[in-house]
Design a binder for this molecule. Sequence first.
Ligand code: COA
Length: 375
Amino acid sequence: MADKKPGGLADVVAGETAICTVGHEGEELHYRGYSVTDLAEHASFEETAYLLLYGSLPHDTELKRYRRTLASLRQLPPDVLAILERLPGTAHPMDVVRTGCSALAVFEPEEAGRSQTAIADRLLACGASMLLYWHRYHRTGIRLETASDSEEESAAAHFLRLLHNRRPDELHTRAMDVSLILYAEHEFNASTFAARVTASTLSDLYSAVTSGIGTLRGPLHGGANEAAMELIEAYANPDEAEQGILQRLAGKERIMGFGHRVYKVRDPRSDIIKTWSRRLSDQAGDRRLYDVSERIEQVMMREKRLFPNLDFYSASAYRLMGIPTAMFTPVFVLSRISGWAAHVFEQRAGNRLIRPSAAYTGPPPSPWLPIEHRM
Ligand code: COA
């Protein structure tokens, strides 16, 4: 890969955090000291969110209580449902989640004495409800019941059940659970930094999360998983993909789902989601997307020394779970709310306004120019 360009705050240490390390030990990722590889192997998303938000892994009873708390918070106020109904069915789901988060702030404001942890739990619990209530209503006219169907229903099972209107099978539920773990947190990435900047002005948690959602939407950040899907789906087979990618590279196109600002050699999350994409393909008896993806990976390594990031194999995994492409980045939101909120708590605990300086590149000071003398 070419040398990194200046700018973009690359390699700038912009603050301290005890939540996460990216690429410090080899090319590993740790949440509060625990490797993401171990979390994806052994933990659930709820356990991971608890770790991020509350600082340590929960005991058995704490985890049960936490699952029950989240499962009890999935319904939305009628006024928020009415707003979701008024949004156009053609809206981008990221706009829907961003608006839903903002709307909830109006009806359940932080200023009314709600604790920051209660709000984080609420947003984590009902993000999927917003997205899928809107989705179902605009496609079928049905007003979806978003409450959990059991007292410990997981976020993964809740999302897939609401999307498909049936209980998901075990493989899909665990694949989604792992995906939520992998997307939960990533240090000072663009959206988390945006959330911290918002929190540093002493604004409310909903505003910080809304800033995060807006920042995540772009294709250089969370939007890359949607762009990667469009790319992969454009090819019927691996040979076609190879030709297509070579052409795009010759045209200096950026291939979404490849490269990373911090990782230099590999994204540890990619290997994990790749394994899940393979399992889902085998279960479906359909390897097309996986084989096309693998060939693109090989070409990108051979031609550009670029490796896939988490977004690349998430695309085929999500498609195999029947998730519409426009919902890929919103799913990222449902998970990353945990990381954003943990960072807001940390920012607040040692707050100082985030307000950097800029190197000025404009004209030198000049005398006032009356309007009649302007050219
Ligand atoms: N496809 C093709 N070339 C890429 C590339 C990609 N996905 N990612 C980086 N490069 C190239 C750039 O063209 C640039 O080459 P140049 O200097 O000849 O123009 C060089 O590598 C450095 O890229 P740069 O954008 O300066 O690096 P960065 O650290 O600012 O960018 C990303 C990091 C993630 C924004 C970048 O790799 C990218 O755009 N990836 C695709 C989007 C994506 O997957 N985002 C999700 C990230 S988790």
